[in-house]
Write a protein that binds this ligand. Structure first.
Ligand SMILES: [Zn+2]
Length: 145
């Protein structure tokens, strides 16, 4: 007997498109910020690792999965050290260790911080501004480092 596919199955799958859509706009706004700072290559390759399966799927499920799985902080963007979602926490850790534009990349195993080098410092600020814009918060900012 042919099994009927519930319409809700398609709705659930929308999370792929919703997260892809968010990722596109995040990359777009960060790219524009980077271009303003003359960081053309950094702007183009920013957050490409988020398309890798071990980052993409946990992020997608965390932000667009079942509502009860989401334990986002009140401000949305800031992530506490432990969200209660182990897969997402692990994906964030992997992302932060793959990408030098995250301050966490610069923390050594003994807990001491290295000075963040350019162009990663500027890219980090561009990331924050771009992420805010992608989430609909248009901040008036000037980077003055
Ligand atoms: Zn990143």
């Amino acid at each position: 007997m042919k099994q009927k596919i519930k319409p809700t199955k398609y709705i659930t799958n929308m999370k792929y498109f919703k997260y892809l859509n968010y990722l596109f706009w995040h990359k777009w706004y960060v790219m524009l910020e980077c271009f303003d700072e003359g960081l053309y290559w950094r702007g183009i390759i920013h957050d490409l690792s988020k398309f890798m399966p071990n980052e993409f799927f946990p992020y997608m499920s965390f932000f667009y999965g079942k509502k009860e799985e989401i334990e986002q902080s009140e401000v949305g963007y800031f992530k506490s050290l432990k969200t209660g979602n182990d897969k997402y926490d692990r994906a964030c850790f992997i992302h932060e260790k793959r990408n030098m534009h995250h301050w966490q990349w610069w923390i050594q195993s003994n807990g001491e911080a290295l000075e963040i080098e350019e162009p990663y410092l500027t890219e980090m600020i561009c990331d924050w501004v771009g992420a805010a814009k992608a989430q609909g918060h248009f901040l008036q900012t000037t980077i003055n480092i």
